[in-house]
Ligand binder design. Structure first.
Ligand SMILES: C=C(O[C@H]1C=CC=C(C(=O)O)[C@@H]1O)C(=O)O
Length: 360
């Protein structure tokens, strides 16, 4: 798929055609600051040292409301699961080993993820998949992003997903974040479901998991913002698949030159996708899981006024260039009192966002 789609309940950015590709943030920032580009769209990888997938599009449509998909999109094919990476019991063993390292004090929190490989006889059209996700997840930020700019390994690949998590948004000198951490699966029975949400709001383990993210964002934003408003306790939010703890954060920029792309790189990767301390967690993730590519990264846009929106790239899959194969990811924050089996179930609930839209 050539282009970029970011659909939210109130606004859609849909870009097509490519004028220029950027595989590093500095070149994209330069193009914006010099006025060579009025908009940059794309994705930042999980590992900030790897190439980014940013582009200056040829044509951009910004409309109010969610994306209205054209009527002539192809149907989705039948999709098969071909592999679980690692096997669920291996994920449980990995979480158990991470809990032991947490108990030894190697880190305070680390996010463990697993993948599901998918295959289809005919292409999974990224925009058809995105249209399904817009319909199923009206409150999320649904995205479809061409990853070609990041180099040969990503040529023709597309990242598609529906993220509930705002990394950062900038409008003028106002900065907004809404980190999520702490999860409970939704339940069929409405009473059970409400109880699951309420229990989450009172769960010490989940509140602690959440606090690491909020405190990390506070520390990163403090030098950049004059006024930071951060509620003491998180609120409850939900997707059709899970409940989450969320903290809405606002700040006022000290320096009007700090643009949304700079803010996204300053805030990524938060402990919602990596852990605390960041370096130790990133090192453990790389050794245990290998390269997460763009899962756990960020997707969004920044314009030449410095405004923009960046969402955490979760609840997503990367489609191959022929769109017949895909890898979906699901992860969860692990702290010292995490239960390995519950953590496996949590990744299964999160994977529903993508797998449910594909009917697998
Ligand atoms: C890492 C993921 O979710 C993050 C966002 C919300 C809640 C999370 C949690 O409770 O662990 C994760 O930090 C994912 O969906 O793959």
């Amino acid at each position: 798929m050539d282009g970029f789609l970011l659909s939210r309940a109130d606004r859609t950015v849909h870009a097509t055609g490519t004028r220029r590709l950027f595989d590093d943030v500095a070149s994209a920032s330069r193009a914006l600051h010099r006025g060579d580009a009025d908009l940059v769209v794309g994705a930042l990888p999980f590992d900030p040292t790897r190439p980014v997938a940013l582009a200056q599009p040829d044509h951009t449509e910004i409309t109010d409301g969610p994306w209205e998909a054209p009527d002539d999109l192809p149907d989705l094919p039948e999709v098969q699961r071909t592999q679980e990476i690692p096997l669920p019991r291996v994920h449980v063993a990995r979480v158990r080993a991470l809990v032991e390292r947490l108990e030894l004090g190697e880190f305070d929190k680390v996010v463990a993820a697993r993948k599901v490989a998918l295959a289809a006889e005919t292409p999974i059209d990224p925009l058809t998949l995105a249209a399904r996700m817009v319909a199923r997840h009206p409150d999320a930020a649904t995205f479809a992003v061409d990853l070609s700019a990041a180099g040969e390994r990503f040529w023709g690949h597309t990242l598609v997903g529906a993220s509930p998590e705002l990394l950062v948004s900038r409008r003028g000198n106002t900065v907004t974040c809404r980190p999520l951490a702490g999860t409970a699966a939704r339940r069929e029975d409405p009473d059970d479901d409400l109880r699951a949400g309420k229990d989450l709001l009172e769960s010490e383990k989940n509140l602690a998991e959440h606090r690491y993210v909020v405190e990390w964002i506070r520390a990163r934003l403090a030098p950049l913002c004059d006024e930071l408003t951060i509620p003491e306790t998180p609120e409850l939010t939900s997707t059709p698949d899970v409940w989450h703890l969320a903290t809405p954060i606002t700040g006022r920029l000290r320096d009007a030159e700090t643009d949304a792309l700079t803010l996204a790189t300053a805030l990524h990767p938060t402990p919602a996708v990596a852990g605390t301390p960041t370096e130790a967690a990133m090192d453990a993730i790389a050794r245990v899981e290998g390269d997460r590519r763009f899962y756990g990264g960020a997707v969004g846009w920044c314009n030449s006024d410095g405004d923009g929106d960046w969402f955490v790239a979760i609840r997503c899959a990367e489609l191959s260039s022929d769109c017949r194969r895909a890898i979906a990811w699901g992860g969860g924050g692990i702290v010292a009192d995490s239960d390995p089996h519950a953590e496996l179930d949590e990744t299964t609930a999160k994977l529903r966002t993508l797998l449910g839209a594909l009917g697998v």
